[in-house]
Design a protein. Structure first.
Lengths: 318, 259
């Protein structure tokens, strides 16, 4: 406590060290920003809950579909999760591969250009992805769906009948995968580049090939970052509205059949499509489905945090 | 099994920059060879060229020959990965894999060599390696804890255990004790005295007392100016280097007149 000798005691008896104005301003701003996030989050949650209450308490026959709130929301929740999971399963390995290629395999000049191009994918508006999905990707996928039905039709996922327009759950998942690819790969790339060269050299000096070095030092070190990036991507996939609303052909309820034209909608797309023609209790129902999405997103993030923390002491952060 | 290393006419480059010039030296098996010299003189670069780690740096390349018991390490058909499996390395800063437990760190090299090993054999080998690195008694109760949780000196001995677990022919140590306190340093030096019975050891050090204490042979690297390549000025038995060196520059350096 050498500073206390040169400065007069701040307040009698408190024994606290001097607070400088700059420190105080910075601490205040940081604290304010942190509180603001909580306030906004609480505000959104409160709005959702308050507006959802009429739908939650309404008798079943007033809810659209006449089956009550649960049977209205359930297919939407299912569709949302299914589309997002497909997107994540496709995008994460691809994003990790892109990040590894950019970080460890591509020549430096190519790597920069490639990284820039992948980042550019994030700047394309989602409605453009929607048009790309419905006009370009969907027709191209029809032959694939027919082939899947013929050869793998015994698997419920590909039971068919194959959609003739290609506007299926699988197409939607693939469009979403392309949309979240830049987020996941940009974050993966950053964490892979942060792997200390000490650890990479440790692996190489043991006689690791480049791939073995990546498996030993790079992937485990970047694991939590990749999970974090995937969760950001998943958040976008869960909440994506326009692209899904355009691409997905909706009719029917819960089904694991990925290649037929009868699909459950997703929460966000359903709200976007139904809202203009809704009034009264219908709007409350839509907001209640929004509340469900809010809860899902929160749960997913908590889960991801738990996964990352489970091996925190092996994370390399210490 | 310890092996002998013969270096002839070795030039080491970073891109077009000649970093180390014309090294000729023979390193004896079952002994400790120390490399000393001022910062930037190329001793670490030379050390890293022995196990072909130098070429990991972009632009890093060498000319000349390094022969280990008759095998040309830079021969056209030699895979650097194989060279590194025969020549272990310990780095200046302890670098256990942070994502692995103590046990996994030691077993990492064996897993790489794709040897299918029974669990009990692997357990034995991990224990033997940790005993060899004088670490067993300190970690035997927490083999599944992260290696990064150990103290700096323990981490460095863990890295030594990891390096010797694959039974290399040669062990390279790049200032292995420079980040450690005196007690940990002593532990590493004692360990080196044990290890030289089984391995050829080459150590780079900034600590001249350490070179004098542990090594049989000492090489003095120096450079004549900034931007000039480093050279091996003198290579002699350690006793001679520290009492009656052949070169004036060596005497100036070890007596503290420069560097």
């Amino acid at each position: 406590m050498s500073s206390t000798r040169t400065t007069p005691p701040s307040r009698a008896g408190t024994g606290r060290s001097v607070r400088r104005p700059g420190d105080r301003v910075f601490a205040g701003t940081a604290k304010g920003a942190g509180i603001l996030i909580l306030v906004i989050l609480a505000g959104v949650a409160a709005f959702l809950v308050v507006e959802a209450v009429p739908a939650l308490t309404a008798p079943a026959e007033e809810i659209p579909g006449d089956g009550g709130l649960a049977s209205y929301v359930a297919p939407l929740v299912f569709g949302t999760l299914l589309a997002a999971v497909i997107a994540l399963l496709v995008a994460t390995p691809l994003a990790v591969a892109i990040a590894l290629f950019i970080g460890y395999y591509a020549p430096r000049r190519l790597a920069q250009g490639l990284g820039y191009l992948v980042d550019l994918l994030a700047a394309i508006p989602s409605i453009v992805y929607g048009f790309w999905g419905i006009f370009w990707l969907a027709p191209k996928l029809v032959p694939l769906f027919e082939w899947l039905e013929r050869t793998l039709g015994f698997i419920p996922l590909f039971a068919g009948p194959a959609s003739t327009t290609g506007r299926t759950m699988l197409t939607t998942g693939l469009v979403l995968a392309v949309m979240i690819l830049p987020i996941v790969s940009a974050i993966s790339r950053e964490v892979f580049l942060q792997v200390p060269s000490l650890h990479r050299e440790a692996a190489l000096a043991l006689g690791a090939t480049r791939w073995e070095m990546i498996r030993m030092a790079v992937l485990p070190y970047g694991r939590s970052g990749v999970i974090g990036g995937s969760m950001l991507g998943l958040g976008r996939a869960l909440g994506e509205t326009m692209a899904v609303a355009i691409v997905l052909s909706v009719s029917g309820g819960i089904t694991f059949n990925l290649i037929s034209s009868g699909n459950p909608s997703t929460i966000a797309a359903n709200i976007a499509l139904e809202f203009p023609e809704s009034s009264g209790i219908d709007i409350n129902t839509l907001i209640a489905s929004g509340l469900a999405l809010f809860v899902i997103t929160l749960a997913v993030n908590v889960l991801a945090r738990a996964i990352v923390n489970r091996r925190a002491e092996f994370s390399g952060a210490n | 099994m310890a092996k002998r290393i013969d270096v002839s006419d070795l030039n080491i480059y970073y891109g077009n920059f000649l970093a180390v010039e014309n090294v000729n030296v023979s390193i004896e098996p079952r002994s400790i060879t120390a490399l000393i010299g001022p910062s930037g003189c190329g001793k670490s670069t030379f050390l890293r060229s022995i196990n072909r780690m130098h070429e990991v740096v972009p632009g890093g390349r060498v000319e000349g020959k390094i022969v280990m018991d008759g095998q040309d390490l830079y021969g056209a058909d030699v895979d650097p990965v194989d060279v590194r499996r025969q020549i272990g390395m310990v780095f200046q800063r302890p670098n256990p894999f942070p994502t692995m437990s103590i046990y996994e760190n030691v077993a990492a090299g064996i897993r790489l060599n794709n040897k299918k090993m029974r669990k009990s054999d692997l357990d034995d080998l991990v224990e033997r390696s940790l005993r060899g690195a004088n670490l067993w008694n300190e970690v035997k109760d927490r083999l599944n804890r992260p290696g990064a949780g150990l103290s700096g000196g323990q981490q460095q001995r863990l890295c030594i255990a990891r390096a010797i677990a694959v039974e290399p022919d040669v062990l390279l140590m790049d200032e292995p004790a420079s980040a450690l306190d005196p007690i940990s340093t002593l532990a590493i030096e004692d360990l080196m005295a044990d290890l030289k019975e089984r391995f050829t050891i080459v150590i780079v050090t900034h600590n001249m007392q350490q070179a004098a204490r542990v090594s049989e042979q000492t090489g003095f690297f120096n450079l004549s100016g900034v931007g000039q390549p480093g050279r091996l000025i003198e290579f002699n038995p350690t006793e001679k280097i520290f009492s009656n060196p052949d070169q004036k520059a060596t005497e100036d350096y070890i007596s503290g007149r420069f560097g």
